[in-house]
Ligand binder design. Structure first.
Ligand code: ADP
Ligand code: MG
Length: 322
């Protein structure tokens, strides 16, 4: 960076006061020193956002800052982990103070909301790329994994599906209300913690329900039947869909099934544990809904309300596909 690197660090990354007592040394030394609580495991994940690929070019800086952290907190949530710390590797085409102020405002708003402390990072010049690494804790042995589902378990999703995909499909401007679902995903941290000791398996939906549920099933060689009319769709999604023209009928199914960027949790739970878990999650702002059942036969089968089969077009976002 041409501008004084330490000035940038002081202005944008260092906070006036520490957020967490378990940060022994945060930003400013060669490495952060962090204290993992006794009898807990450390959950660590990293995700990179590239302009034009992971967010539209017109995305506001605050949304990029929010989303870069949110997608990682969503991964921690899918493990049942409590988020604690983050590091931030930023590659910027140039130093733009107003852009950085807005970006970090989005980042810290979510970080503060989730009691996450930024403990370090790296800042370099190049095409806009944002990598965040997040760290969280789970009581020993209580993490919820992708593997572990059993035939007969019920399949659930939190929140609603398809709105982020519809905003992308309609090429909504950054000011459109539906863009909030694409730009400011809400990591389902409380729901993830409720899954500990209850859910048999979980994954977060970043690349689309079919793709991500597919990953969960593939670890145990299982399959599932989904009731596609019961996929949770928000009022906003249904309202905007009416104006999507000739594609509306197909999009009603395709977006909740195959569009990415929803960052809801998909989890499986044994039938006798489902009702209490559903009751617990219904007290949270996202809620959850049963959308199908795990079966021994591999593959995902989609059925409509009248029992007829539905054959999806897409199977989620493939980063190295065409
Ligand atoms: P070093 O050269 O030892 O890697 P740097 O000069 O890159 O150190 O960084 C100095 C301090 O500022 C370090 O503590 C580093 O973690 C922090 N830092 C640098 N960039 C960022 C960033 N994008 N976000 C948070 N902290 C950062
Ligand atoms: Mg460095």
């Amino acid at each position: 960076m041409p501008v004084d690197e330490f000035g940038i660090i002081r202005r944008h990354f260092v906070r006036p006061k520490p957020v967490r007592a378990d940060v022994v040394t945060g930003i400013g030394d060669d490495a952060a020193l962090l204290q993992v609580p006794h009898r807990h495991e450390l959950a660590v994940c990293i995700d990179t956002l590239v302009a034009g690929r992971h967010f539209p070019e017109d995305t506001r800086p605050a949304a990029i800052g929010h989303k870069a952290l949110a997608v990682n907190l969503s991964d921690l949530a899918a493990m049942g982990a409590d988020p604690a710390w983050a590091t931030l590797a930023l590659t910027l085409p140039e130093y733009d103070q107003a852009w950085m102020d807005d970006f970090m405002r989005g980042f810290f708003r979510l970080a503060d909301h989730c009691s996450v402390e930024l403990v370090g990072g790296d800042t370099t010049r190049g095409p806009l790329t944002v990598s965040v690494q997040a760290h969280g804790f789970v009581p020993q042995g209580q993490a919820v994994l992708r593997r572990g589902a059993q035939p007969g378990d019920l399949v659930y999703v939190t929140g609603t599906l398809g709105a982020a995909g519809l905003a992308l499909h309609l090429k909504d401007a950054a000011s459109d209300p539906l863009r909030r679902r694409l730009d400011f995903p809400e990591p389902r941290i409380a729901a993830g913690k409720a899954l500990r000791g209850q859910a048999s398996a979980a994954i977060d939906i970043s690349d689309g329900l079919l793709a991500d549920l597919g990953h969960l099933l593939e670890t145990d060689g299982l399959g599932a039947t989904l009731r596609v009319d019961e996929l949770p769709r928000s009022r906003e999604f249904l309202g905007r869909l009416k104006h999507a023209g000739v594609d509306a009928d197909a999009l009603f199914y395709e977006l909740p099934l195959a569009a990415g960027d929803d960052y809801e949790l998909c989890f499986t739970v044994a039938e006798d544990r489902a009702a209490p878990l559903e009751a617990t999650i219904s007290l949270l702002d996202c809620g959850c809904r049963c959308i199908g059942v795990i079966e021994a036969e591999p593959g995902i089968r989609c059925i409509r309300r009248d029992g007829s089969a539905y054959t999806p077009d897409g199977t989620g976002y493939l980063h190295f596909g065409d």
